[in-house]
Design a protein around this ligand. Structure first.
Ligand SMILES: [Zn+2]
Length: 301
């Protein structure tokens, strides 16, 4: 059974609806909230398993990458289903997995940005005129930032000062993409995630973006042998190639912040191939490539 098949897209409303359905079906599913977005939408967090070691999966930093939320929710559904039925997946016993690991999933870090990208912006939005100016048109399908034009994946405390110099040089300002904000963690979405991560201290982080069928495992400055060997495993499991961040992608991202802050492995998975936003019709193909990695990653640490 697949969830979300009826959806042609995956917005915050569909996410909440799916979460309620899953909660009714699987009572062991723990659902919480990291906090709220700028416009007060809950940023849900799902936790599965009771083990000591924990990992975190994060989706949808970026508005037009909403398909990553659906991918993580499909994983939540599949893991719950296999655990409830006492089955093993890819030779991993789901019971052993639940006993020894804890998997935190944040399927939609940027609910406002996702809703802009999918539905556009209503005239009753309190910053409507400003948003139209920032975006340059009423077509928000390529919007990446949060509700007020900060790119969440440049808002972390990693290379932030260096990135400010690039921003000034390239005239990157508040808008659809790439603007880092006034200071690290200035946005409620990034602050909520960082606080959660500082408290839980996961052994590994995996962040889903689109697109490129690539895996990043280093900030360019910092990495470790274990990270490289895990990246190779992820590459084998997904068929995605290992890549290195370049240009603006090198600064202010979650993966790099996590590596520098905790000295633990952290990966960016650029899911799928094509032009963003990837259509929902790509969902099954992408999921078939990354499913094995989602199931196996928790036992790699
Ligand atoms: Zn992205």
């Amino acid at each position: 059974m697949q969830i979300n098949r009826v959806f042609e897209y995956y917005d915050h409303k569909n996410l909440e609806k799916t979460l309620m359905e899953l909660k009714n079906k699987y009572e062991f599913l723990e659902i919480g909230s990291l906090g709220k977005s700028i416009f007060g939408k809950s940023i849900p967090r799902i936790t599965l398993g009771n083990g000591k070691k924990n990992v975190i999966y994060i989706g949808a930093h970026h508005g037009m990458e909403w398909i990553t939320s659906a991918l993580l929710m499909q994983f939540v559904h599949d893991l719950c289903e296999e655990y409830q039925n006492g089955r093993s997946v890819f030779d991993v016993s789901t019971h052993v997995l639940f006993e020894t690991r804890k998997i935190h999933i944040v399927p939609m870090l940027n609910p406002d940005g996702i809703d802009y990208a999918i539905h556009g912006v209503n005239e009753d939005n309190v910053i409507y005129n400003r948003l139209i100016r920032m975006n340059g048109s009423t077509d928000f399908s390529h919007w990446q930032a949060n509700a007020r034009g900060i790119d969440l994946n440049h808002n972390y405390n990693s290379g932030f000062e260096e990135y400010k110099i690039i921003e000034r040089k390239e005239n990157i300002i508040c808008g659809a993409t790439k603007y880092s904000g006034e200071y690290p963690e200035s946005e409620p979405e990034t602050r909520a995630l960082c606080n959660f991560v500082r408290f839980e201290r996961p052994s590994l982080a995996l962040t889903l973006h689109t697109q490129g069928e690539e895996i990043y495992y280093t900030s360019g400055e910092k990495t470790s042998d274990i990270s490289l060997s895990l990246a190779k495993t992820l590459s084998r499991l997904t068929g995605y190639k290992i890549s290195f961040p370049s240009g603006t992608a090198k600064y202010g991202g979650f993966t790099d912040w996590f590596i520098e802050e905790f000295d633990k492995p952290s990966f960016t998975l650029e899911c799928g191939h094509g032009e963003n936003p990837l259509p929902f019709s790509d969902f099954e193909k992408i999921y078939s490539h990354i499913k094995r990695a989602l199931f196996i990653t928790p036992i790699l640490v």
